[in-house]
Write a protein that binds this ligand. Sequence first.
Ligand code: AVJ
Length: 329
Amino acid sequence: MARDPRSGGPAQLGSFREDVIAGLSRPQKALPPKYFYDARGSRLFEAICRLKEYYPTRAELALTRAHIGEIRRFASKAGFPAITLIEYGSGAGTKSRLMIEALRPSVYIPVDISEGALRDAAANLRRRFPGLAIRPVHGDFSRPLKIPLPQGRIRRVVYFPGSTIGNLAPDEAHAFLRTTRGQVGPQGAMLVGVDLNKDANVLHAAYNDARGVTAAFNLNLLARVNRELRGDFSLRRFRHYAFYNAPLGRIEMHLVSLVRQTVNVGDHRFSFEAGETIHTENSYKYSVDGFRAVAERAGFRGRKVWMDAKKRFSLHGMEAIEESASNGS
Ligand code: AVJ
């Protein structure tokens, strides 16, 4: 299917090969989580979203459905007859459909790193919303994107669901929000899904599911290195490890080397001690006020926050702060 044979792809995607070599050369070996989402990884992530332990997807869908009228009112603005909706990390597109139905944008710009998911979702949405202009952008939203935006009295709304922002450390989230603030302009708005702090056992279970789907998702990163970069990782010699790092307020995912070993990636060779890890993902959890503080420093005022009944997940409705009123950076 949508295997991406390029090592790099579009310029803004950078290079898988370079990022892997650099990440495995660091004292704490690390791989960027954006590379989870090849065709197989995207399918495994969809399976994670259906797991009973993985509450975020269901909680976000439920709260979005429950508050869709208010979300619509928040997004629309007097004097702005049309909306351009930009979605970061649109993936399979279930939430996209809901948001398009609610906001009725005239232009929809889905941005995703997974080319196959982007293409399939765009095709589905074209069938469902024949009047909507859909302009997919294949790329990595962690870097500034050149997104063609219509001019005039059009309200720009960025939708960033799924708590993907949790992959970023607070200072990176701040920089990302600042770039987004520039992208939506002074009359723009943002809807961002943010997972909330909660009981560590609930968090732990969500990233250590009984059926091992999260483990397969994590290990697929090594399989992808083997497939695309001539790697020789033995998947039986690494184990999935995820825990809640309470002082830092984040779930960390790692791959633990079970033995002392060396691994080749193309012409590069890496050695592992028994027990040494590759850090593959952070997933930061916020309080409502904690997230608002980060957003405020980046030029967004929190106007609304919606939560599911158990207060596990939040959707923040934020508006751009006029430039003169904000100067944190
Ligand atoms: C897509 C980044 C929101 O952090 O919960 C799910 C990815 N990793 N299970 C998350 C993920 C392991 C997910 N995000």
